[in-house]
Design a protein around this ligand. Sequence first.
Ligand code: G6P
Length: 763
Amino acid sequence: MRLLSARLIISLIFGITLVSLLFSYYQVVVEKRALRSDMERRAEVLGESLAGNVEGSWDVGSDRQLQRLVERFANREHLVGVAIYDRLGNPVATTPELGKALAASPQVVNQAIAKDHNASSFMRLGSEPVHIFASPLHRKGEVVGGLAVVHDVSYIRAQSLRVWRVGFFRVLTQGFFVVLITLLIVRWSIAGPIARAAQWMRAMRTGRISSRQEMPDLDLFRPLAREVATMAESLAQARSAAENEARLREAAESMWTAERLSVQVRTRLDGSQLFVVSNRQPYLHQRAGKSLEVVVPPSGLVTALEPVLHACDGTWIAHGNGDADREAVDARDRLRVPPDDPRYTLRRVWLSKEEEAGYYYGFANEGLWPLCHIAHTRPIFRAADWQYYQEVNRKFTDAVLEEIEGIPRPVVLVQDYHFALLPSLVKAKRPDARLAIFWHIPWPNPEAFGICPWQRHLVEGLLGADLIGFHIQSHCNNFLRTVDRVVESRVDWERFAVLRQHHRTMVRPFPISVDLSDDESAQSQGEGSSYVERGSLLRNLGVEAAFLGIGVDRVDYTKGILERFLAIERFLEKHPAYQGKFSFVQIGAPSRTHIKRYHDLLAEVEGEAERINWRFQTGKWKPVVFLKRQHSHKEITPYYRAADFCLVTSLHDGMNLVAKEFLAARGDERGVLILSQFTGAANELRDALLVNPYDIDQTAEAIRVALEMEPEEKQLRMQRMRRVIREHNIYRWAGNLITELCEVRLDAVQETPARLSASVSGA
Ligand code: G6P
């Protein structure tokens, strides 16, 4: 600051001096010119009047008379003297002061005589500056001589010096005041605000204040201050991120976020690209009058994969099942999604009605779904469905090959039981592709799987993958045991891998999850607000109740919805005090309703709810509210937050994300989770009230325990479960899956089938 002031002062002094000097110089020039012309004018008047007198005395007069005449004029201001010369320039009469100095006529007199015209000149006489006015003298029209009037002009120089002197003092005074005023301005409007800004920034830096609201008045530095405030905020954010990271590191568990996943995936992909294949698409287009409507289908798989695609801008290949899907794609059946904020590419694959019926409704959902879920619904295996399943797997393979064409070492993530054959089909054409398949549903024991007539083809198809993922270890074990029985291969139980025909397939558990942070950001509810929300939610449904339970499912026989309703009925029987006070809201999205079993189930669930309501209902209260339609995540969240407990009673479930979504929504750390022991989630969420959904009394008792649990106990359990899903979130699932896949070595496996202790059994 001092250096700045010194520089400023020097520049100011230099500038002011220069300007003042130029100004003074101009003044001197003007003044000098005025004095000179004044002198010329006066000399001329005097000279001409004198010349008249001299001419009058020229004839008559003697030299003495002329001498007297010149001497009479000699006493004028600044006049040095007068001299008269004859035509040849010889002096005729001269005032004594001029004496010898003008013994010979000066040049200017000669000039006046020669040209018969007045002339004047500034010159030096000895060392003195003088002005000489010369006029010709006439007699009878003839030039007879010349007159010189000499003035002392040294006063002009003196006057110029005076102007310079005044100028100098003015420069000095002006400079002093300008510097003084400038320093005061700098102090008040620059140094002051800068000092305040520095103080404020220091406070921000040290964390004493945290927002721009506390920004001091920084005057003309306001725009700069705003920038500084933004920087300070970024700094504060970076600091809190770093603190967070440090906290997590301290907990020996660094948190997975969308950003971290994005960086991880990009690093792992190392310039390559990610392709996801699934039956269900993340967005479908429907015609709504004249416009197109975008719908997000109810699927745990979609919920889980969206953030992965957002993170790395890949391509998602899926069945285009919306009635207006074809209108939204380009010539290559692609579009960018999400439609309002495009982040990745969706490639739609078209299926005929027959293909959809055979592959999706038939083989996948009437065959494999009940085969893998031990829910005692008998699988149906039709040869025609199997044909369509193979055809559609080939169709999707073609789409994948088309998308990955020209892309070196693509990374392909295949999803679920709809595409068991796709890994082998793709790898046969593109061995350089890294391919993983994630099986989102359970894998049953080999005996149960063995009833599928085409089990060998399915297992061989899957073994084309470099990595097969399941939710939990027991599904991995079941799969490896099935492989052991069905195909010629070596199962490496130490590394959980299958070696077959020079190819290694790793088999690993990756428990799928949700994004807790998303829900946390929306948790600004205060104490007791869930109860306020509950009142208005139930009022909107036309029900009055003090206690609330919630269930959210696709209406699927694996979800144990009927068993759940029976447990609610038993609870009300055993604890009549809750009659009139406890209601259960079941959100049920109709699903796969073209399948008779699902169609019938929907009616059964509705019938059961009606039966129980008819039995207990009084006034404005009823025990079961069945909301039979698909609800968005946004619509469901208030129910999660308002409920005393969430009831998940799947008879068998790969993971069950409803349980995790409920926990994610409970930022208030209240609410209890009642969870079927037959879900994958039960492995991680040990603080839930675990139940066997077939045991109606046990579930009824769990409902009582949930409603009567001490708040401290609820909070402790909720805190522990939320910590589990915070640390094992969806980003971690995707990050681990992709990391593991990218670490697989694609070069040939050393062991040959001949050396392996192969176990073979027929399909
Ligand atoms: C399960 C399956 C998913 C499927 C979802 C919804 O979570 O694992 O692959 O997308 O159910 O079923 P849907 O048949 O409607 O796609």
